[in-house]
Design a protein around this ligand. Structure first.
Ligand code: SF4
Length: 251
């Protein structure tokens, strides 16, 4: 099969342990795509290629080059899932449309999409292959993204109904969907209400994640528990799970 010219910019690839959400502790291969459509206040991801000149091309992978790289450098059989992360992986929908079916034919492995949950137009490309969707809900108070709920509504509608923005149906795998909600002391009752409304409408679990400053929690334990109670008293499928990878010192 001839390789295509369809390339994605990839910031880094590494094997590590998932440190967020319900799959904490699972061994994953992380593929960190460059670029993002948002610009959150708390973003700590340096997702632009740092090398310049000739070296930049190292990060441009075709689907076949990426497959070869993964097969040569990682023990895929002992890996729980491949995390497509970023940046925002859905920016690279054309690449994923080619990479996922190709890799999937060669390996029996799960795909875990870490997305900011705002690009509804592109989700149909990954849905036939994705086993786990970890989508963010960007609270305006914490992220600075003011129209986030409008974007998330379109995104979760598409995922849960299996219809694109033109109401055309697409194939989807019946996988696990949850939403990660990063919060700090600025969280408002209105944001809590809007988040629960979305979760009830589209039937997903809420994972509350207190914002970190470096390796420390940005909120007190009392504040965190109070916010958790506000959610769980109105919506039982809510869990409070701080980032763990920062405590065990892995990437
Ligand atoms: S969505 Fe994620 S990668 Fe994009 S700016 Fe926000 S925190 Fe950074």
């Amino acid at each position: 099969m001839k390789d295509s010219e369809n390339k994605a910019k990839i910031k880094e690839i590494f094997s590590s342990i998932q440190g967020e959400g319900p799959f904490i502790g699972c061994k994953q291969i992380f593929i960190r795509f460059c670029a993002c459509n948002l610009n959150c206040y708390y973003c700590d991801t340096d997702f632009y290629p740092t090398d310049i000149g000739d070296k930049t091309s190292f990060f441009d992978f075709t689907p076949h080059e990426l497959t070869k790289y993964l097969e040569e450098n990682y023990d895929i059989d002992s890996t729980h899932s491949i995390s497509l992360t970023g940046g925002e992986p859905l920016i690279w929908a054309d690449f994923l449309q080619e990479f996922l079916p190709y890799f999937n034919k060669r390996h029996n492995i799960k795909y875990y999409l870490e997305t900011n949950g705002t690009i509804a137009d592109n989700i149909k490309v990954v849905m036939p292959y994705t086993d786990i969707i970890a989508a963010d809900i960007k609270l305006p108070s914490c992220s600075g993204i003011n129209n986030s709920f409008e974007l998330h509504n379109k995104f979760f509608k598409s995922v849960s109904e299996g219809t694109d923005v033109n109401n055309q149906t697409f194939t989807r795998k019946n996988g696990n969907l949850f939403a990660k909600v990063v919060f700090d002391e600025g969280i408002t009752d209105e944001e809590i209400k809007e988040t629960i409304k979305l979760a009830k409408k589209y039937d997903f679990e809420i994972i509350l994640q207190p914002k970190m400053i470096g390796n420390s929690l940005s909120v007190s334990t009392d504040f965190m528990i109070n916010i958790f109670e506000k959610f769980v008293s109105k919506y039982k499928p809510t869990r409070l799970i701080p980032q763990v990878h920062k405590f065990i010192n892995v990437e």
